[in-house]
Design a protein around this ligand. Sequence first.
Ligand code: GN1
Ligand code: MG
Length: 374
Amino acid sequence: MKRIENLFEITSKFKCHVDISSIKSYGTGHINDTYRLKNLFSEEHDYLLQKINHQVFKDVPKLTENMCRVITHLKNQMITSGKGDPQKEVMTLVATKDGPYFYQDSNGQYWRMCHFLKNTKTYDIVETEQQAYEGGKAFGKFQAMLCDLSPEVMHEVIPDFHHIGKRLEQLDQAIAEDPLGRVLLVSTELETIAASSKSMLFFQEDEQLLTLPRRVIHYDTKFNNVLLNLDDKAQCVIDLDTVMAGYVAYDFGDAIRTIINRSAEDEKELSNIKLNLPLFDAYTKGYMEEAGHFINEWELRSLIKGVFLLPYMQAIRFLTDYLNGDKYYKIESTHHNLQRTRAQLQLLKELFEHSETIEKRIFKEAKKHQLINN
Ligand code: GN1
Ligand code: MG
């Protein structure tokens, strides 16, 4: 674990009672650094302390404003409807003694703190249909509860985050600059990416821009961003750094990317990357039960596009970072980003091979909620 030299300085700025001798690294995020800290009073909740990656999140005050807006909205909905426990089912940020929900230390680093939710767990790879179903319910409910929050009020904390046209341009730029001479190693991957680029531009087409509603979405719906309780029931959606305006299909696609894959996001052995269709069905069922009452037919028909777009875009993002010299994602070995790229492209290949089946299964579930007739 990296030692935090100024831990005392940081924690003393927040309204908390931490036992600073208890600090431990926590989680598997690729961007921020997360630590768990115990409460000095054992009967009270513990804390998570996060160092926010300032290279990725350039405007931490705006990011925090987005997060607080969403958190407040979700908690208020639970209080008003009397459904759900706002303390356990929504993240709770800890304020600094000066008021804001973040602190910039003497080295210029940004920190935030939130409550640690006891008796919860996350899965990097989904194991059961029950878990997948609960994931679908959690992200579907998250979107549903935010559908009366105007997307206009949200800041675009990472510009063009899921704009595939821009992602392709960033890849082209990395190819042109090629600082480590890695382009030579990735010609197969570049060909695969080029072969699908046109079909992936769906969300940037004029027709979609005119018809698809923009909503407040999560933008990082990896399955491990849902906390499940000890009975494997969804409890809380976490990692709200990227809540912004976008299309529901982005969140559907990113969740499916992690749920339908029998292997890890960075699986080395490509033949292990196979689809788990029962988990796809279970997620879709849970999702439609919660989102079926607010999404429209256009959005429903766009879900399948998200299923292809997200692994494709993720492959491009990993490859761009690989070519740029691994500056964005944390890596565990020299060619980790290349390995991740290959795994995502393999997943995409599998998805393409089963595209009809996948689409039929989405429509079958949608019919149950009268979202379409045929
Ligand atoms: C990053 O840090 P983490 O794991 O929550 C990334 C997501 C990617 C994901 C891929 C801000 O999320 O967009 O989908 O890695 N977050 C950002 O695993 O770029
Ligand atoms: Mg994240």
